[in-house]
Design a binder for this molecule. Structure first.
Ligand SMILES: Cc1cc2nc3c(=O)[nH]c(=O)nc-3n(C[C@H](O)[C@H](O)[C@H](O)COP(=O)(O)OP(=O)(O)OC[C@H]3O[C@@H](n4cnc5c(N)ncnc54)[C@H](O)[C@@H]3O)c2cc1C
Length: 499
Protein backbone atom coordinates (compact mmCIF):
# COMPACT_ATOMS: atom_id res chain seq x y z
CA UNK A 1 0.00 0.00 0.00
CA UNK A 2 1.11 3.56 -0.73
CA UNK A 3 2.81 4.74 2.50
CA UNK A 4 1.17 8.14 2.08
CA UNK A 5 -2.32 6.75 1.51
CA UNK A 6 -5.25 8.00 3.55
CA UNK A 7 -6.07 5.19 5.98
CA UNK A 8 -8.73 6.68 8.25
CA UNK A 9 -11.61 8.97 7.37
CA UNK A 10 -13.92 10.53 9.93
CA UNK A 11 -17.31 11.80 8.74
CA UNK A 12 -18.76 14.33 11.17
CA UNK A 13 -22.56 14.31 10.92
CA UNK A 14 -25.23 11.80 10.05
CA UNK A 15 -27.71 13.83 8.03
CA UNK A 16 -28.24 13.29 4.31
CA UNK A 17 -24.74 14.63 3.60
CA UNK A 18 -22.99 12.44 6.17
CA UNK A 19 -24.64 9.23 5.11
CA UNK A 20 -24.31 9.98 1.39
CA UNK A 21 -20.59 10.56 1.95
CA UNK A 22 -20.16 7.46 4.12
CA UNK A 23 -22.09 5.26 1.67
CA UNK A 24 -20.20 6.54 -1.37
CA UNK A 25 -16.72 6.49 0.17
CA UNK A 26 -17.17 3.01 1.63
CA UNK A 27 -18.35 1.83 -1.77
CA UNK A 28 -15.50 3.41 -3.72
CA UNK A 29 -12.49 3.05 -1.42
CA UNK A 30 -10.73 -0.07 -0.24
CA UNK A 31 -8.33 -0.38 2.66
CA UNK A 32 -9.69 2.74 4.35
CA UNK A 33 -11.42 2.76 7.74
CA UNK A 34 -14.41 5.07 7.95
CA UNK A 35 -16.01 6.40 11.14
CA UNK A 36 -19.16 8.49 11.26
CA UNK A 37 -20.22 10.50 14.32
CA UNK A 38 -23.69 11.86 14.79
CA UNK A 39 -25.66 13.21 17.68
CA UNK A 40 -29.31 12.33 18.12
CA UNK A 41 -29.57 15.16 20.66
CA UNK A 42 -28.54 17.68 17.98
CA UNK A 43 -30.54 15.94 15.25
CA UNK A 44 -30.61 16.68 11.54
CA UNK A 45 -32.20 19.47 9.56
CA UNK A 46 -34.98 16.99 8.71
CA UNK A 47 -35.93 18.41 5.30
CA UNK A 48 -34.65 17.84 1.77
CA UNK A 49 -37.27 15.78 0.00
CA UNK A 50 -37.08 16.89 -3.61
CA UNK A 51 -34.24 16.06 -5.97
CA UNK A 52 -33.05 16.52 -9.53
CA UNK A 53 -32.31 13.74 -12.05
CA UNK A 54 -28.61 13.41 -11.22
CA UNK A 55 -29.52 11.46 -8.10
CA UNK A 56 -30.17 8.50 -10.38
CA UNK A 57 -26.43 8.39 -11.13
CA UNK A 58 -25.56 8.48 -7.45
CA UNK A 59 -27.90 5.61 -6.68
CA UNK A 60 -26.62 3.64 -9.67
CA UNK A 61 -23.00 4.20 -8.64
CA UNK A 62 -23.85 2.62 -5.30
CA UNK A 63 -25.58 -0.30 -7.02
CA UNK A 64 -28.95 0.64 -5.53
CA UNK A 65 -31.98 -1.12 -6.96
CA UNK A 66 -34.54 1.55 -7.90
CA UNK A 67 -37.63 -0.37 -6.78
CA UNK A 68 -36.09 -1.16 -3.40
CA UNK A 69 -35.06 2.48 -2.98
CA UNK A 70 -38.59 3.67 -3.79
CA UNK A 71 -40.15 1.24 -1.31
CA UNK A 72 -37.67 2.05 1.44
CA UNK A 73 -37.81 5.83 1.16
CA UNK A 74 -41.53 6.30 0.40
CA UNK A 75 -40.46 7.96 -2.86
CA UNK A 76 -42.53 9.22 -5.73
CA UNK A 77 -41.30 10.18 -9.19
CA UNK A 78 -40.65 13.81 -10.07
CA UNK A 79 -40.89 15.20 -13.61
CA UNK A 80 -40.15 18.80 -12.72
CA UNK A 81 -41.46 21.76 -10.75
CA UNK A 82 -44.65 23.72 -11.26
CA UNK A 83 -44.16 27.41 -10.49
CA UNK A 84 -47.23 29.37 -9.50
CA UNK A 85 -47.48 33.20 -9.23
CA UNK A 86 -43.79 33.90 -9.89
CA UNK A 87 -43.62 36.20 -12.92
CA UNK A 88 -47.05 37.67 -12.06
CA UNK A 89 -49.87 36.67 -9.75
CA UNK A 90 -52.04 34.28 -11.76
CA UNK A 91 -49.16 32.88 -13.84
CA UNK A 92 -48.31 29.22 -13.81
CA UNK A 93 -45.54 27.40 -15.68
CA UNK A 94 -43.68 24.10 -15.53
CA UNK A 95 -39.92 23.60 -15.37
CA UNK A 96 -39.54 20.09 -16.79
CA UNK A 97 -36.57 17.78 -16.61
CA UNK A 98 -35.68 16.56 -20.09
CA UNK A 99 -35.87 18.69 -23.20
CA UNK A 100 -38.41 20.53 -25.35
CA UNK A 101 -39.28 19.24 -28.81
CA UNK A 102 -36.23 18.21 -30.75
CA UNK A 103 -33.25 19.90 -32.27
CA UNK A 104 -33.69 20.80 -35.94
CA UNK A 105 -31.07 21.82 -38.49
CA UNK A 106 -28.50 21.72 -35.67
CA UNK A 107 -30.32 24.41 -33.67
CA UNK A 108 -32.10 24.25 -30.36
CA UNK A 109 -35.81 23.71 -30.69
CA UNK A 110 -36.76 26.97 -28.99
CA UNK A 111 -35.42 29.13 -31.84
CA UNK A 112 -37.98 27.54 -34.12
CA UNK A 113 -40.70 27.81 -31.50
CA UNK A 114 -40.07 31.53 -31.09
CA UNK A 115 -40.16 31.97 -34.86
CA UNK A 116 -43.49 30.18 -35.03
CA UNK A 117 -44.74 32.23 -32.08
CA UNK A 118 -43.90 35.38 -33.98
CA UNK A 119 -45.77 34.04 -36.99
CA UNK A 120 -48.75 33.53 -34.70
CA UNK A 121 -49.03 29.73 -35.17
CA UNK A 122 -47.25 28.29 -32.14
CA UNK A 123 -48.81 25.96 -29.59
CA UNK A 124 -47.90 26.63 -25.94
CA UNK A 125 -44.32 25.64 -25.12
CA UNK A 126 -45.45 22.93 -22.66
CA UNK A 127 -47.07 21.04 -25.54
CA UNK A 128 -43.51 20.22 -26.63
CA UNK A 129 -42.39 18.86 -23.28
CA UNK A 130 -43.30 15.29 -22.53
CA UNK A 131 -42.42 15.92 -18.86
CA UNK A 132 -44.75 18.92 -18.55
CA UNK A 133 -47.58 17.09 -20.31
CA UNK A 134 -47.22 13.89 -18.32
CA UNK A 135 -47.01 15.86 -15.06
CA UNK A 136 -50.23 17.73 -15.85
CA UNK A 137 -51.93 14.42 -16.59
CA UNK A 138 -50.57 12.68 -13.46
CA UNK A 139 -48.82 10.08 -15.62
CA UNK A 140 -45.35 8.61 -15.51
CA UNK A 141 -43.12 6.26 -17.46
CA UNK A 142 -39.37 5.82 -17.42
CA UNK A 143 -37.52 7.29 -20.42
CA UNK A 144 -36.82 4.96 -23.26
CA UNK A 145 -33.41 5.76 -24.70
CA UNK A 146 -33.56 2.61 -26.79
CA UNK A 147 -36.11 4.22 -29.12
CA UNK A 148 -34.34 7.12 -30.73
CA UNK A 149 -36.77 9.71 -32.02
CA UNK A 150 -39.48 8.66 -29.56
CA UNK A 151 -40.64 11.51 -27.31
CA UNK A 152 -39.95 9.15 -24.39
CA UNK A 153 -36.26 9.64 -25.14
CA UNK A 154 -36.62 13.31 -24.16
CA UNK A 155 -38.06 12.55 -20.71
CA UNK A 156 -36.00 12.79 -17.56
CA UNK A 157 -36.96 12.32 -13.96
CA UNK A 158 -35.91 12.50 -10.31
CA UNK A 159 -37.52 11.53 -6.99
CA UNK A 160 -39.35 13.04 -4.06
CA UNK A 161 -38.63 11.07 -0.91
CA UNK A 162 -38.58 11.03 2.86
CA UNK A 163 -35.17 12.50 3.72
CA UNK A 164 -34.93 10.65 7.06
CA UNK A 165 -35.70 7.32 5.42
CA UNK A 166 -33.13 8.00 2.67
CA UNK A 167 -30.44 8.66 5.30
CA UNK A 168 -31.39 5.41 7.12
CA UNK A 169 -31.35 3.51 3.82
CA UNK A 170 -27.84 4.76 3.06
CA UNK A 171 -26.76 4.10 6.64
CA UNK A 172 -27.65 0.41 6.32
CA UNK A 173 -25.57 0.16 3.15
CA UNK A 174 -22.64 2.05 4.63
CA UNK A 175 -22.60 -0.01 7.83
CA UNK A 176 -22.79 -3.20 5.77
CA UNK A 177 -19.57 -2.04 4.10
CA UNK A 178 -17.81 -1.53 7.41
CA UNK A 179 -18.54 2.11 8.32
CA UNK A 180 -18.51 2.44 12.12
CA UNK A 181 -21.11 4.76 13.60
CA UNK A 182 -20.57 6.58 16.89
CA UNK A 183 -23.37 8.33 18.68
CA UNK A 184 -22.55 11.41 20.74
CA UNK A 185 -21.84 15.10 20.73
CA UNK A 186 -18.39 16.29 19.67
CA UNK A 187 -17.16 18.79 22.22
CA UNK A 188 -13.49 19.19 21.30
CA UNK A 189 -11.52 19.18 18.08
CA UNK A 190 -7.82 18.39 18.35
CA UNK A 191 -5.41 19.94 15.85
CA UNK A 192 -1.77 19.35 14.96
CA UNK A 193 0.32 22.24 16.23
CA UNK A 194 2.53 22.43 13.15
CA UNK A 195 0.09 22.06 10.25
CA UNK A 196 -3.20 23.09 11.84
CA UNK A 197 -4.70 19.86 10.46
CA UNK A 198 -7.49 18.26 12.43
CA UNK A 199 -6.17 15.17 14.21
CA UNK A 200 -9.18 13.96 16.16
CA UNK A 201 -12.69 14.81 17.28
CA UNK A 202 -13.47 14.16 20.93
CA UNK A 203 -16.95 13.26 22.15
CA UNK A 204 -18.63 14.38 25.37
CA UNK A 205 -17.85 11.03 27.01
CA UNK A 206 -14.14 11.36 26.21
CA UNK A 207 -13.98 8.99 23.22
CA UNK A 208 -11.60 10.34 20.56
CA UNK A 209 -11.84 9.53 16.86
CA UNK A 210 -8.65 10.20 14.93
CA UNK A 211 -8.27 10.36 11.16
CA UNK A 212 -6.19 11.48 8.19
CA UNK A 213 -9.12 13.07 6.37
CA UNK A 214 -12.22 14.63 7.96
CA UNK A 215 -15.49 15.17 6.11
CA UNK A 216 -17.47 17.94 7.77
CA UNK A 217 -21.17 17.16 7.33
CA UNK A 218 -22.20 18.87 10.55
CA UNK A 219 -24.80 21.10 8.89
CA UNK A 220 -25.08 24.88 9.09
CA UNK A 221 -22.79 25.05 12.15
CA UNK A 222 -19.77 23.84 10.13
CA UNK A 223 -18.16 22.38 13.24
CA UNK A 224 -14.78 21.72 11.62
CA UNK A 225 -14.69 23.93 8.53
CA UNK A 226 -15.94 27.06 10.27
CA UNK A 227 -15.93 26.76 14.05
CA UNK A 228 -12.48 25.11 14.01
CA UNK A 229 -10.70 26.23 10.83
CA UNK A 230 -12.57 29.52 10.28
CA UNK A 231 -12.68 29.00 6.52
CA UNK A 232 -15.04 31.98 6.16
CA UNK A 233 -18.42 32.41 4.50
CA UNK A 234 -19.44 34.47 1.49
CA UNK A 235 -22.88 35.89 2.13
CA UNK A 236 -25.24 35.97 -0.89
CA UNK A 237 -28.34 37.06 1.01
CA UNK A 238 -28.47 40.39 -0.86
CA UNK A 239 -29.47 38.31 -3.89
CA UNK A 240 -31.33 35.55 -2.09
CA UNK A 241 -32.94 37.30 0.87
CA UNK A 242 -35.06 34.43 2.19
CA UNK A 243 -33.49 33.28 5.45
CA UNK A 244 -36.10 31.14 7.21
CA UNK A 245 -38.37 28.25 6.51
CA UNK A 246 -41.09 26.43 8.35
CA UNK A 247 -41.77 22.85 7.26
CA UNK A 248 -44.70 20.62 8.11
CA UNK A 249 -46.00 17.37 6.65
CA UNK A 250 -49.71 16.80 6.05
CA UNK A 251 -51.89 13.85 5.14
CA UNK A 252 -52.22 12.93 1.50
CA UNK A 253 -55.58 13.80 0.03
CA UNK A 254 -55.14 12.69 -3.58
CA UNK A 255 -52.94 10.42 -5.62
CA UNK A 256 -49.43 11.93 -5.45
CA UNK A 257 -48.59 14.08 -8.46
CA UNK A 258 -45.25 13.41 -10.15
CA UNK A 259 -43.96 16.92 -9.53
CA UNK A 260 -43.13 19.50 -6.87
CA UNK A 261 -45.04 22.78 -6.68
CA UNK A 262 -43.47 26.12 -5.70
CA UNK A 263 -45.97 28.92 -5.11
CA UNK A 264 -44.72 32.48 -4.70
CA UNK A 265 -46.42 34.50 -1.97
CA UNK A 266 -45.90 38.01 -0.61
CA UNK A 267 -42.99 37.25 1.76
CA UNK A 268 -41.45 34.21 0.01
CA UNK A 269 -42.74 30.97 -1.41
CA UNK A 270 -44.29 27.65 -0.41
CA UNK A 271 -43.30 24.17 -1.48
CA UNK A 272 -45.55 21.16 -1.84
CA UNK A 273 -43.83 17.81 -2.31
CA UNK A 274 -46.07 14.75 -2.70
CA UNK A 275 -44.65 11.53 -1.25
CA UNK A 276 -46.26 8.10 -1.21
CA UNK A 277 -47.69 8.33 2.30
CA UNK A 278 -47.83 12.07 2.99
CA UNK A 279 -47.25 15.49 1.50
CA UNK A 280 -44.25 17.61 2.48
CA UNK A 281 -44.95 21.33 2.80
CA UNK A 282 -42.83 24.30 3.63
CA UNK A 283 -42.81 28.06 3.54
CA UNK A 284 -39.51 29.78 2.75
CA UNK A 285 -39.57 33.44 3.76
CA UNK A 286 -37.56 36.51 4.49
CA UNK A 287 -37.54 37.44 8.16
CA UNK A 288 -37.44 41.17 7.32
CA UNK A 289 -40.93 40.89 5.92
CA UNK A 290 -42.55 38.06 7.85
CA UNK A 291 -42.27 36.68 11.40
CA UNK A 292 -42.36 32.99 12.32
CA UNK A 293 -45.97 33.03 13.61
CA UNK A 294 -47.28 34.67 10.44
CA UNK A 295 -45.27 32.20 8.35
CA UNK A 296 -46.76 29.22 10.16
CA UNK A 297 -50.28 30.62 9.83
CA UNK A 298 -49.73 31.12 6.12
CA UNK A 299 -48.36 27.58 5.71
CA UNK A 300 -51.14 25.97 7.72
CA UNK A 301 -53.78 27.82 5.73
CA UNK A 302 -52.39 26.29 2.56
CA UNK A 303 -52.18 22.65 3.75
CA UNK A 304 -54.50 20.42 1.80
CA UNK A 305 -54.61 17.65 4.44
CA UNK A 306 -54.47 17.18 8.23
CA UNK A 307 -51.08 18.25 9.67
CA UNK A 308 -49.00 15.18 10.56
CA UNK A 309 -46.02 16.77 12.28
CA UNK A 310 -45.09 19.70 14.46
CA UNK A 311 -43.78 22.68 12.52
CA UNK A 312 -40.03 22.65 12.03
CA UNK A 313 -38.61 26.20 11.87
CA UNK A 314 -35.22 26.54 10.17
CA UNK A 315 -32.88 29.51 9.89
CA UNK A 316 -30.27 29.86 7.18
CA UNK A 317 -28.26 32.26 5.12
CA UNK A 318 -27.61 31.88 1.40
CA UNK A 319 -23.93 31.68 0.58
CA UNK A 320 -20.81 29.61 0.26
CA UNK A 321 -17.84 28.75 2.44
CA UNK A 322 -14.83 30.61 1.12
CA UNK A 323 -13.00 27.28 1.22
CA UNK A 324 -15.11 24.13 1.17
CA UNK A 325 -11.84 22.20 1.53
CA UNK A 326 -9.29 23.52 4.01
CA UNK A 327 -6.21 21.55 5.13
CA UNK A 328 -7.50 17.99 5.78
CA UNK A 329 -11.17 18.94 6.13
CA UNK A 330 -13.68 18.78 3.27
CA UNK A 331 -17.12 20.24 3.99
CA UNK A 332 -20.17 18.75 2.29
CA UNK A 333 -23.85 19.58 2.51
CA UNK A 334 -25.03 22.51 4.57
CA UNK A 335 -21.56 22.84 6.11
CA UNK A 336 -20.24 23.78 2.65
CA UNK A 337 -22.88 26.32 1.72
CA UNK A 338 -26.55 26.77 1.11
CA UNK A 339 -28.72 27.91 -1.73
CA UNK A 340 -32.34 27.88 -0.84
CA UNK A 341 -34.39 24.85 -1.90
CA UNK A 342 -36.27 26.47 -4.80
CA UNK A 343 -34.74 24.18 -7.44
CA UNK A 344 -34.01 21.23 -5.09
CA UNK A 345 -30.26 21.43 -5.65
CA UNK A 346 -28.71 20.82 -2.21
CA UNK A 347 -28.64 17.04 -2.35
CA UNK A 348 -27.14 17.29 -5.81
CA UNK A 349 -24.43 19.63 -4.50
CA UNK A 350 -23.56 17.02 -1.87
CA UNK A 351 -23.33 14.39 -4.59
CA UNK A 352 -21.15 16.50 -6.86
CA UNK A 353 -18.92 17.41 -3.89
CA UNK A 354 -18.39 13.69 -3.26
CA UNK A 355 -17.63 13.10 -6.95
CA UNK A 356 -15.16 16.01 -6.97
CA UNK A 357 -13.50 14.71 -3.81
CA UNK A 358 -13.05 11.29 -5.39
CA UNK A 359 -11.58 12.89 -8.53
CA UNK A 360 -9.13 14.91 -6.41
CA UNK A 361 -8.75 12.32 -3.70
CA UNK A 362 -5.72 13.27 -1.62
CA UNK A 363 -2.92 11.36 -0.01
CA UNK A 364 -1.53 12.49 3.31
CA UNK A 365 0.54 15.22 1.57
CA UNK A 366 -2.68 17.13 0.84
CA UNK A 367 -1.42 18.80 -2.30
CA UNK A 368 -2.50 22.42 -2.18
CA UNK A 369 -3.02 22.58 -5.97
CA UNK A 370 -5.65 19.84 -5.75
CA UNK A 371 -7.32 21.62 -2.86
CA UNK A 372 -7.36 24.92 -4.75
CA UNK A 373 -8.75 23.22 -7.82
CA UNK A 374 -11.49 21.57 -5.75
CA UNK A 375 -12.43 24.91 -4.21
CA UNK A 376 -12.41 26.69 -7.56
CA UNK A 377 -14.72 24.09 -9.13
CA UNK A 378 -16.99 24.17 -6.10
CA UNK A 379 -17.30 27.94 -6.35
CA UNK A 380 -18.08 27.80 -10.08
CA UNK A 381 -20.78 25.22 -9.49
CA UNK A 382 -22.42 27.13 -6.64
CA UNK A 383 -22.30 30.41 -8.56
CA UNK A 384 -23.96 28.84 -11.59
CA UNK A 385 -26.75 27.37 -9.48
CA UNK A 386 -27.04 30.63 -7.53
CA UNK A 387 -27.59 32.62 -10.74
CA UNK A 388 -30.32 30.26 -11.86
CA UNK A 389 -32.14 30.56 -8.55
CA UNK A 390 -31.81 34.35 -8.49
CA UNK A 391 -33.43 34.45 -11.93
CA UNK A 392 -36.71 33.23 -10.38
CA UNK A 393 -36.74 36.19 -8.00
CA UNK A 394 -35.48 38.81 -10.41
CA UNK A 395 -37.66 37.99 -13.45
CA UNK A 396 -40.90 39.21 -11.98
CA UNK A 397 -43.28 42.08 -12.44
CA UNK A 398 -44.76 41.55 -8.97
CA UNK A 399 -44.86 44.66 -6.86
CA UNK A 400 -47.38 43.57 -4.25
CA UNK A 401 -44.86 43.35 -1.40
CA UNK A 402 -41.53 44.73 -0.21
CA UNK A 403 -39.82 41.42 -1.00
CA UNK A 404 -40.82 41.44 -4.65
CA UNK A 405 -40.13 45.16 -5.05
CA UNK A 406 -36.62 44.50 -3.72
CA UNK A 407 -36.11 41.49 -5.99
CA UNK A 408 -37.31 43.06 -9.22
CA UNK A 409 -34.98 46.03 -8.82
CA UNK A 410 -31.90 44.47 -7.19
CA UNK A 411 -28.53 44.59 -8.96
CA UNK A 412 -27.79 41.15 -10.40
CA UNK A 413 -24.51 39.23 -10.50
CA UNK A 414 -22.76 40.26 -13.75
CA UNK A 415 -22.84 36.66 -14.99
CA UNK A 416 -26.65 36.52 -14.71
CA UNK A 417 -27.22 40.01 -16.09
CA UNK A 418 -25.19 39.07 -19.17
CA UNK A 419 -27.06 35.84 -19.68
CA UNK A 420 -30.43 37.57 -19.55
CA UNK A 421 -29.24 40.33 -21.88
CA UNK A 422 -28.04 37.81 -24.49
CA UNK A 423 -31.30 35.90 -24.31
CA UNK A 424 -33.39 39.07 -24.61
CA UNK A 425 -31.53 39.99 -27.76
CA UNK A 426 -31.69 36.81 -29.84
CA UNK A 427 -32.79 33.91 -27.67
CA UNK A 428 -29.36 32.36 -27.36
CA UNK A 429 -28.66 30.30 -24.27
CA UNK A 430 -25.11 29.24 -23.57
CA UNK A 431 -24.41 26.33 -21.28
CA UNK A 432 -21.07 27.09 -19.67
CA UNK A 433 -18.69 24.32 -18.77
CA UNK A 434 -21.36 21.62 -18.70
CA UNK A 435 -23.12 23.49 -15.91
CA UNK A 436 -25.91 21.88 -13.96
CA UNK A 437 -28.89 23.64 -15.51
CA UNK A 438 -29.33 23.07 -19.22
CA UNK A 439 -30.79 25.32 -21.90
CA UNK A 440 -34.17 23.69 -21.23
CA UNK A 441 -34.13 24.84 -17.63
CA UNK A 442 -33.11 28.40 -18.45
CA UNK A 443 -35.71 28.56 -21.19
CA UNK A 444 -38.47 27.23 -18.93
CA UNK A 445 -37.88 29.92 -16.33
CA UNK A 446 -37.12 32.82 -18.68
CA UNK A 447 -40.19 32.12 -20.79
CA UNK A 448 -42.30 31.12 -17.80
CA UNK A 449 -41.54 34.41 -16.07
CA UNK A 450 -42.19 36.59 -19.06
CA UNK A 451 -38.78 37.28 -20.61
CA UNK A 452 -38.86 36.93 -24.40
CA UNK A 453 -36.16 37.47 -27.03
CA UNK A 454 -36.49 40.32 -29.53
CA UNK A 455 -35.33 38.08 -32.39
CA UNK A 456 -34.38 34.47 -32.83
CA UNK A 457 -31.41 32.70 -34.32
CA UNK A 458 -31.01 33.85 -37.96
CA UNK A 459 -30.67 30.26 -39.16
CA UNK A 460 -34.13 29.42 -37.78
CA UNK A 461 -35.49 31.45 -40.73
CA UNK A 462 -33.98 29.05 -43.23
CA UNK A 463 -36.72 26.50 -42.73
CA UNK A 464 -39.69 27.33 -45.01
CA UNK A 465 -42.76 28.37 -43.02
CA UNK A 466 -44.92 25.46 -44.18
CA UNK A 467 -42.24 22.95 -43.35
CA UNK A 468 -41.81 24.55 -39.93
CA UNK A 469 -45.54 24.25 -39.22
CA UNK A 470 -45.59 20.65 -40.44
CA UNK A 471 -42.71 19.61 -38.21
CA UNK A 472 -44.04 21.39 -35.14
CA UNK A 473 -47.48 19.80 -35.57
CA UNK A 474 -45.84 16.40 -35.97
CA UNK A 475 -43.81 16.79 -32.76
CA UNK A 476 -46.85 17.96 -30.76
CA UNK A 477 -48.93 15.02 -32.06
CA UNK A 478 -46.22 12.51 -31.16
CA UNK A 479 -46.05 13.99 -27.64
CA UNK A 480 -49.83 13.80 -27.19
CA UNK A 481 -49.98 10.17 -28.33
CA UNK A 482 -47.12 9.19 -26.08
CA UNK A 483 -48.64 10.80 -23.00
CA UNK A 484 -52.04 9.21 -23.69
CA UNK A 485 -50.40 5.78 -23.57
CA UNK A 486 -48.45 6.39 -20.36
CA UNK A 487 -49.70 4.71 -17.17
CA UNK A 488 -50.73 6.83 -14.23
CA UNK A 489 -48.09 7.73 -11.69
CA UNK A 490 -50.09 5.95 -8.99
CA UNK A 491 -50.24 2.73 -11.08
CA UNK A 492 -46.46 2.71 -11.40
CA UNK A 493 -46.05 3.25 -7.65
CA UNK A 494 -48.55 0.47 -6.90
CA UNK A 495 -46.67 -1.93 -9.18
CA UNK A 496 -43.40 -1.12 -7.42
CA UNK A 497 -45.03 -1.45 -3.97
CA UNK A 498 -46.42 -4.86 -4.99
CA UNK A 499 -42.82 -5.80 -5.64
C1 LIG B 1 -35.87 24.66 4.35
C2 LIG B 1 -35.00 23.70 3.62
C3 LIG B 1 -35.54 22.89 2.62
C4 LIG B 1 -34.73 22.03 1.90
N1 LIG B 1 -35.25 21.31 0.86
C5 LIG B 1 -34.42 20.60 0.07
C6 LIG B 1 -34.89 19.88 -1.06
O1 LIG B 1 -36.09 19.83 -1.34
N2 LIG B 1 -33.99 19.22 -1.82
C7 LIG B 1 -32.66 19.21 -1.53
O2 LIG B 1 -31.88 18.65 -2.29
N3 LIG B 1 -32.20 19.81 -0.43
C8 LIG B 1 -33.03 20.51 0.36
N4 LIG B 1 -32.55 21.13 1.47
C9 LIG B 1 -31.17 20.91 1.86
C10 LIG B 1 -31.06 19.55 2.53
O3 LIG B 1 -31.97 19.45 3.60
C11 LIG B 1 -29.64 19.35 3.03
O4 LIG B 1 -28.73 19.59 2.00
C12 LIG B 1 -29.44 17.94 3.50
O5 LIG B 1 -30.41 17.58 4.42
C13 LIG B 1 -28.09 17.76 4.09
O6 LIG B 1 -28.01 18.32 5.37
P1 LIG B 1 -26.68 18.02 6.17
O7 LIG B 1 -26.53 16.55 6.25
O8 LIG B 1 -25.61 18.82 5.56
O9 LIG B 1 -26.97 18.67 7.60
P2 LIG B 1 -27.89 18.17 8.82
O10 LIG B 1 -29.09 17.44 8.36
O11 LIG B 1 -28.09 19.39 9.66
O12 LIG B 1 -26.98 17.14 9.59
C14 LIG B 1 -25.95 17.56 10.45
C15 LIG B 1 -25.43 16.36 11.23
O13 LIG B 1 -24.31 16.78 12.00
C16 LIG B 1 -24.45 16.30 13.31
N5 LIG B 1 -23.73 17.17 14.23
C17 LIG B 1 -23.68 18.53 14.22
N6 LIG B 1 -22.92 18.96 15.24
C18 LIG B 1 -22.45 17.87 15.88
C19 LIG B 1 -21.64 17.67 17.02
N7 LIG B 1 -21.13 18.68 17.73
N8 LIG B 1 -21.38 16.41 17.41
C20 LIG B 1 -21.89 15.34 16.74
N9 LIG B 1 -22.69 15.48 15.64
C21 LIG B 1 -22.97 16.73 15.24
C22 LIG B 1 -25.96 16.30 13.55
O14 LIG B 1 -26.32 15.43 14.59
C23 LIG B 1 -26.44 15.76 12.20
O15 LIG B 1 -26.35 14.36 12.18
C24 LIG B 1 -33.36 21.95 2.22
C25 LIG B 1 -32.84 22.70 3.28
C26 LIG B 1 -33.64 23.57 3.97
C27 LIG B 1 -33.06 24.37 5.09
Amino acid sequence: MDPLAIRRIVVVGGGTAGWMAAAALSHMLTGVEIDLVESEAIGTVGVGEATIPHILYFNRLLGIDEAEFIRQTGATFKLGIEFVDWGRIGDRYFHPFGTYGQEMEGLHFHHFWYRQTRLGHALPLDRFSIGAQAAAAGRFQRPDQARPGSPLGTLNYAYQFDAGRYARFLRERAEARGVRRSEGRITTVRRAAETGHVEAVVLEDGRALGGDLFIDCSGFRGLLIDQTLAAGFEDWSHWLPCDRAVARACARVDAPMPYTRATAVAAGWRWRIPLQARTGNGFVYCSHYCDDEAALRSLDAALDGEPLSNPNVLRFKAGLRRKAWDRNVVALGLAAGFLEPLESTSIHLIQSGIARLLTNFPDRCFNQHDIDYYNRRTRIEYEQVRDFIILHYAATTRDDSSLWRHCRTMALPASLAERIAIFRENGRLYRHDNELFSETSWLAVLHGQGIAPKRQHPLAHQLPEQELDRRMAHIARAMDLTVERMPSHQDILDTIAGG
